[in-house]
Design a protein around this ligand. Structure first.
Ligand SMILES: [Zn+2]
Ligand SMILES: [Zn+2]
Length: 188
C-alpha cells in the first residue's frame, strides 16, 4: 500500500491494485532492469485525473523511493500508457533523481527507448499524443470547460476551464487558425 503522505503527489491519487495492470507495469520495470538500469525502490503505482500532465514520478520526502502516477486517460490507450510509464520510470533511475530531463535522464531514456522500440525521449503532451489519447484529453477538457472561445470569422472553437487573459480580453488575441481578431467568449 502506498503511504501517500510520504510524497508530494499531484491531486488525489488512487493506488493501482488491479492484478493484470500491475503485472503489465512490473513487466516493464523488469525489462528496464534487464538492461542494467538501476532504479530506486518503487513503492507503488497510482492513477490520477488531470487535463495536462500524463504521468508523474514522485520522490519520497527522504528521496529513497518513488511512486509513479498515470493519468486515468492513458488507460484507454495501451501505447501511450506504455510510453508514459517508461518515461516516468527513467526518472526513477538512481542517478537521474535531480536531473530533470537532463543528460543523465536522456542517456537512460535512449537505452529504454531502444529496448522497447519506442521513443520516450520527448515528453508526451496533448500535441504529440496519439489520436485516441488526444481526443480523450479534448473530451475531458470539454467536460471541465467553463468558457468557450469561438472565432466569429472561421468558426474555430476551443474551451478553457478557468479565466485567463484570453477569456477576459478576447479582442486582444488572434484566432490561431485564420489570424483575425474576432474571438467571442461565452460561458458554457
Ligand atoms: Zn519527464
Ligand atoms: Zn478564425
Amino acid at each position: 500500500m502506498i503511504n501517500f503522505s510520504n510524497y508530494k503527489v499531484r491531486g488525489p491519487g488512487i493506488e493501482i491494485t488491479d492484478k493484470v495492470m500491475l503485472a503489465k507495469l512490473n513487466s516493464y520495470v523488469d525489462g528496464v532492469k534487464s538492461i542494467g538500469i538501476k532504479l530506486l525502490p518503487i513503492e507503488g503505482f497510482y492513477r490520477f485525473d488531470s487535463i495536462s500532465a500524463l504521468g508523474v514520478c514522485s520522490y519520497s520526502r527522504t528521496g529513497n523511493s518513488v511512486i509513479i502516477g498515470l493519468n486515468n486517460l492513458l488507460f484507454k490507450d495501451e501505447q501511450s500508457l506504455k510510453k508514459t510509464f517508461l518515461h516516468e520510470l527513467c526518472h526513477a533511475e538512481i542517478y537521474a533523481k535531480h536531473d530533470g530531463h537532463g543528460r543523465i535522464w536522456k542517456s537512460v531514456a535512449y537505452k529504454v527507448s531502444r529496448k522497447f522500440n519506442v521513443d520516450i525521449t520527448r515528453t508526451t503532451n496533448v500535441k504529440t499524443a496519439s489520436s485516441v489519447l488526444s481526443s480523450a484529453i479534448t473530451k475531458a477538457r470539454e467536460a471541465k470547460a467553463v468558457y468557450r472561445i469561438t472565432c466569429e470569422t472561421c468558426g474555430e472553437t476551443s474551451t478553457r476551464s478557468r479565466a485567463s487573459n484570453v477569456t477576459k480580453y478576447p479582442h486582444r488575441y488572434k484566432c490561431t487558425i485564420c489570424n483575425t481578431s474576432t474571438l467571442r467568449v461565452d460561458r458554457v
